[in-house]
Design a protein around this ligand. Structure first.
Ligand code: ADP
Length: 297
């Protein structure tokens, strides 16, 4: 069973010809709301691999929270929501004609969320389950979940994104740590990714995975002398947003199907390569039948 613990939010995207200057009001060329949040994205990707998935998340008692809940229920069979008297998390994404973006986020629910204290997560995690977390909750809340999973004999996957360099989670509690290149650099101050992987291993994580965009990923296991690179399938990338979430969700889904770390990484690379050929974040995630075809290959 995969437990994804993380944020779910409304992503509102505005497409503009150019960014406004301070004090200016501009009409967008197009605007749309979509389900977002790294927790939600990774849970949906994991569920589409065919794994049994529970998403543990925090929402406000507001219309946005009801809307997010409805979107989640269409994708996932088990959504455990902690409700707060706070505004639901939301992001506004502003994209100009050149594809550059600005993102501002409201994160009150993620900041208030302490799953071990506020939910039945600790009771529900069982030996052999897989706990998947990201960097949106407070480091202390993330650590408490990882520790509870370890105590139960569950596996832990930590995608330390976004990076909170001031108070990062305890990487020693992560069996598998996944970061992209900029996160690896921010956490270790190393530009060379093999050196960054060594530095992250020294912080205590078991297996280090650094995603390298079109170049696939680098992996450094606990028993490995040096890191290995796994290539990504060569595709024409259209929109890479959400690729990292598809990657992490599929890695956990692969573990739930008892794949080895290398097999699960190859599956995650194949699924993320499909996602980058399409636009949208959650919209670009491979369908359940596409995932099944990748697993049968
Ligand atoms: P993030 O999206 O978090 O910034 P990356 O850019 O490293 O992280 O992408 C995550 C994963 O998505 C990569 O490891 C790879 O599997 C896949 N990916 C991203 N860009 C491409 C691409 N151009 N071609 C194929 N796969 C890609």
């Amino acid at each position: 069973h995969v437990h994804v613990v993380g944020n779910a939010c409304v992503d509102t995207t505005f497409r503009l010809g150019r960014f406004p200057s301070a004090g200016e009001t501009l009409n967008a060329v197009a605007s749309a709301d979509g389900l977002g949040g790294k927790g939600a994205n990774q849970a949906v990707a994991a569920a589409r691999t065919g794994a049994a998935v529970t998403l543990w998340t925090a929402l406000g008692k507001d219309p946005a929270g009801a809307w997010i809940r409805n979107c989640l229920d269409m994708e996932l069979s088990d959504v455990q929501v902690n409700e707060f008297d706070l505004p639901s998390d939301r992001s506004t994404i502003v994209i100009d004609a050149g594809g550059e973006n600005f993102i501002v986020s409201g994160v009150a629910c993620s900041e208030a969320f302490d799953p071990i204290a506020q939910t039945a997560l600790a009771r529900r995690i069982a030996p052999g389950d897989i706990l998947v977390m990201q960097g949106n909750l407070r480091g202390s809340a993330t650590n408490a979940c990882l520790r509870a999973a370890q105590e139960k004999g569950a596996r832990t996957v930590l995608n330390a994104s976004p990076v909170d360099a001031a108070a990062p989670p305890n990487f020693g509690l992560a069996e598998v740590l996944v970061v992209n290149q900029s996160e690896a650099k921010a956490l270790t101050d190393r530009s060379d990714m093999a050196a960054a992987a060594d530095a992250l291993a020294a912080k205590g994580a078991g297996t280090i995975v650094i995603t390298l965009g079109a170049d696939g990923c680098l992996v450094l296991g606990p028993d490995q002398a040096g890191s290995l690179r796994l290539p990504a399938p060569h595709v024409e990338a259209l929109d890479t947003s959400g690729a990292g979430d598809v990657f992490c969700g599929c890695l956990a889904g692969g573990f739930a199907k008892e794949m080895s770390v290398t097999s699960a990484l190859k599956f995650a690379l194949a699924a993320a390569a499909i996602a980058v050929t399409r636009s949208g974040t959650l919209l670009s995630c491979p369908s359940a039948s596409e995932m099944a075809a990748l697993i049968d290959q």
